[in-house]
Design a protein around this ligand. Structure first.
Ligand SMILES: NC(=O)c1ccc[n+]([C@@H]2O[C@H](COP(=O)([O-])OP(=O)(O)OC[C@H]3O[C@@H](n4cnc5c(N)ncnc54)[C@H](O)[C@@H]3O)[C@@H](O)[C@H]2O)c1
Length: 447
């Protein structure tokens, strides 16, 4: 008998396709009431839900055959976690699927606030060309404080790497800081931050966390970005701080007043604080879409499928890709690269060309492989930010996988992966300041 999975929200098609291919029976029900679902939930081994309704004790008591609840999103707060786990139900979430989207959205809100883009855009559309009024601010030199340094907080810190900013993080867990953010006490964050970005879950401790006392504890006026949960912030207190100037501006992807399903904003009349936010030029609002991109829709679904398959069939049979498979090159600075190449050609017989020398060899499977030796002019910027005179290049099997792993392990990753027709390149730093180039080669491009 195949395991039956009930899908309660419409998701990317890879979810249904890949679960069916793995032998699950998919049933879709996107419209029945919670009571109607409860009446039939005993037939199912799994449910896949986004945020349609709360999975409470009553629901779980009726789900007598349930093995897993998968939430196509980052958090599990709409599920009674303790009760579900006490019944042996596995809980699956997919923060890996939308953390990049949240990092980018947080940055977008911040840059938009600093550059007054929303206001300037609105004014031009209504016929006003105000340059002085819309003079922007730069992030350069500012201190960004992140509260909650998990999936989303780390992603935002990674996006900030190209800016000349100091990034601090505060978290209740010890030792979560990494190369992208220095972990500090809450007091230090409050004394230094120019910008505060929230990336915490909604828990009894973080409910209404940002209130008047919290805000006045900051040494400087600051900017607030909230992409975590609306109820982390007391909106009336935020409004008071916007009016007094203690909060300079706010980017809010989530609102205290939105519904649990995140699908609409109001159940009753609009509260006064919300009326203020809507008319304020200091505020940018978005409808809980930080993690809601074209790419994250597919990635979330894929993460969920992979985790359900791992739960039923054990970890994938696929061995982990190898990390480094060989030396890809050795690059170093030279006073006179051309003269040096001639010397190596004459005395060591290297077959030099404009780029140095390419050594050809075969790997264990008989594939052609190349390793590059190159001298660079002394004023090259290619080895930056390393101060060293040389740079190693390693051949790798799966660059995207490796860079993701290294990032999770807290290794300093430099910039984004770059893709060329001779291979993909990524860069990291070792603890002694050596820049390392990682290359997933397409050797045939050189043949
Ligand atoms: N707007 C969106 O579209 C969107 C998308 C994804 C996630 N989110 C929200 O982002 C938030 C973070 O998600 P995540 O996947 O990074 O979670 P996570 O569990 O990976 O990280 C949260 C971090 O916050 C820390 N934390 C918990 N309580 C704290 C406290 N009181 N003070 C300081 N730190 C505390 C935890 O130790 C953890 O390191 C959640 O609220 C999630 O719902 C929003």
């Amino acid at each position: 008998m195949p395991s039956k999975v009930l899908h309660l929200d419409n998701n990317h098609p890879v979810l249904l396709e890949q679960l069916a291919a793995a032998g699950f029976e998919n049933n879709e029900d996107y419209s029945s009431s919670k009571q109607e679902i409860e009446a039939k939930i005993h037939q199912y081994q799994g449910i896949v839900i986004r945020s349609r309704f709360k999975i409470d004790r009553e629901f779980i008591d009726k789900a007598v055959n349930l093995k897993f609840i998968a939430r196509v999103g980052a958090g599990l707060e709409s599920i009674d976690i303790d009760y579900a786990e006490s019944k042996g139900i596995a809980l699956i979430a997919a923060p890996e699927g939308n953390r990049n989207a949240v990092g980018e959205h947080s940055l977008a809100m911040l840059l938009s606030l600093f550059n007054k883009l929303n206001m300037a855009d609105r004014e031009i559309r209504s016929g006003h060309w105000n340059r002085e009024k819309n003079r922007g601010l730069e992030l350069d030199g500012k201190t960004i404080g992140i509260i909650g340094y998990g999936n989303m907080g780390k992603s935002f810190a990674k996006k900030l790497r190209g800016f000349d900013v100091e990034v601090l993080c505060y978290d209740i867990l010890p030792n979560v800081g990494d190369a992208n953010a220095k972990q500090v006490s809450f007091e230090e964050l409050q004394s230094k931050a120019d910008v505060l970005s929230l990336h915490i879950p909604w828990t009894p401790q973080t409910d209404k966390m940002v209130d008047s006392a919290f805000i006045t504890g900051f040494a400087k006026p600051f900017w607030l970005i909230n992409t975590s949960r609306g109820k982390n912030v007391v909106t009336a207190d935020l409004v008071a701080a916007l009016e007094s100037g203690k909060i300079l501006g706010a980017g809010l992807d989530v609102l205290e007043y939105e519904k649990l399903s995140f699908e609409s904003l109001f159940s009753d009349d609009m509260p006064d604080a919300m009326k203020y936010l809507i008319q304020s030029d200091k505020v940018i609002l978005s409808p809980h879409i930080a993690g809601w991109t074209v790419e994250s829709k597919e990635r979330l679904a894929q993460v969920i499928v992979d985790k359900i398959k791992a739960l039923f069939f054990g970890p994938s049979e696929q061995p982990e890709p190898k990390r480094v498979t060989g030396i890809g090159g050795f690059f170093f600075k030279s006073k006179n690269p051309d003269a040096l190449k001639d010397w190596y050609h004459k005395h060591l017989g290297l077959a030099t060309d404009a780029y140095g020398c390419t050594f050809w060899w075969k790997d264990a499977a008989g594939n052609d492989c190349s390793t590059q030796w190159s001298a660079f002019k002394e004023d090259t910027t290619y080895l930056e930010p390393s101060q060293k005179q040389f740079m190693q290049n390693f051949r790798v099997e799966n660059l995207d996988y490796l860079v993701e792993k290294l990032w999770e392990e807290g290794v300093e990753v430099l910039g984004e992966i770059q893709r060329f027709d001779y291979g993909n390149f990524g860069w990291i730093m070792d603890p002694e300041g050596n820049k390392i180039e990682l290359w997933q080669p397409i050797d045939s491009a050189f043949l």
